[in-house]
Design a protein around this ligand. Structure first.
Ligand code: KG4
Ligand code: ZN
Length: 335
């Protein structure tokens, strides 16, 4: 049987990324051009700047990926591209690049949901076994996704306000840490301890939804109140207390859902999956559950990349999912 080569293109936020995957699971090329340095001084991603960087980087990154995989465009079986959700101007650059290549070389075009991509990053680590549950924690999303088979997604719980990564970034801002704040809070948290007794948002009994805005406000209030009293709270303890509150809720709800849905596998996905505390807490929680296989991707496959888009694209391609040249960016796309 002939090998299958899929190119993935991802431009939903501030990384211009192109990857090539062999037979759905092997990384032949994985190029990520990050714009973090350009957005840092604004304390967050500036959509207009993101779009302009994508335009500048797109063809360079495509050529680099082809070179890394030692392939030419006509050898590709499909081009998978993130159609949404994300920043509309940023998404459009990737979608249009994918359409141009597909048209010029008569290659099938496969639309991919960004979160499906994050979940499928796990298939680059291990073959998926169903039914499974994925905890998706990124800058824009916090969801528990149940999958009964390949390419089938059911959201059983989601955040009602801020995403976990968003909460990390806002708390980091309060502590005057650089953007993106997640990794800085993570590092500080290792050095402090959970002394502040911050709230845990369990919500109603049996709910798999999340909420992080109350916790974020509690952190901001704690800092302001201390300042007014002329006290200083150790940033390490603040980071550790915040992180412990986030992790406790994420892990408990995930464990409970695996029991109710009787899944065989649990996947961790999204940028916050890079969090050391979360990885450790999940490993501990599932270490005693020998019937459930926990999969955690390496750090470079947790944050935005195109290998995950190609991995999801490979499954969608096999399912016969195609887009024509009328494909548009869809910033609010549901999974
Ligand atoms: O998945 P991602 O790269 O982009 C989105 O699709 O949103 O996630 C980015 C988010 C940011 O909020 C960033 O602060 C967070 O992931 N993040 C982390 C860590 N590394 C990245 N949050 C906590 N701990 C980390 N180590
Ligand atoms: Zn993402």
């Amino acid at each position: 049987k002939k090998d299958q080569w899929i190119m993935g293109i991802e431009t939903s936020c501030d990384e211009t990324a192109v990857a090539i995957i062999k037979n759905g699971r092997e990384i032949a090329a994985n190029v990520v051009a990050s714009q973090i340095e350009s957005h840092k001084r604004f304390g967050g991603v500036v959509p207009e700047i993101a779009s302009r960087h994508h335009v500048e980087q797109m063809t360079i990154v495509i050529e680099e990926a082809l070179k890394e995989a030692d392939l030419t465009l006509p050898e590709l079986d499909a081009i998978a591209v993130t159609e949404g959700p994300g920043l509309v101007g940023a998404l459009l650059i990737g979608v249009n690049a994918a359409k141009a290549l597909a048209f010029a070389h008569n290659i099938p075009l496969v639309p991919v949901h960004h979160i499906a991509g994050h979940i499928y990053a796990n298939r680059l680590v291990k073959e998926l076994t169903f039914p499974l549950l994925s905890l998706v924690v990124s800058g824009g999303h916090t969801e528990l996704v149940y999958m009964k088979e390949q390419g089938h997604f059911e959201v059983i719980g989601e955040t009602r306000d801020d995403a976990a990564g968003e909460a990390y970034d806002k708390v980091a801002r309060t502590l005057k840490l650089p953007y993106p704040g997640g990794p800085h809070i993570d590092r500080l948290a290792q050095e402090g301890s959970d002394t502040l007794n911050l709230p845990r948002a369990w919500l109603e009994e049996g709910s798999y939804d999340f909420s992080f805005s109350g916790l974020k406000s509690a952190v901001i209030n704690t800092v302001h109140n201390a300042e007014q009293r002329g006290e200083i709270i150790a940033p390490e303890d603040l980071a550790a207390s915040f992180q412990q509150s986030v992790i406790e809720v994420l892990v408990k709800k995930t464990v409970k859902a695996t029991e109710e849905y009787k899944v065989k596998q649990v996947l961790l996905a999204g940028g916050v999956a890079a969090n050391k505390g979360l990885r450790k807490a999940l490993e501990e929680a599932f270490s005693t559950k020998s019937d459930i296989d926990l999969v955690i991707p390496p750090l470079n496959l947790c944050t935005d990349n195109a290998a995950m888009i190609a991995a999801a694209g490979s499954i969608m391609f096999e399912k016969g999912i195609r887009a024509d040249l009328s494909l548009n960016a869809n910033p609010g796309l549901d999974i």
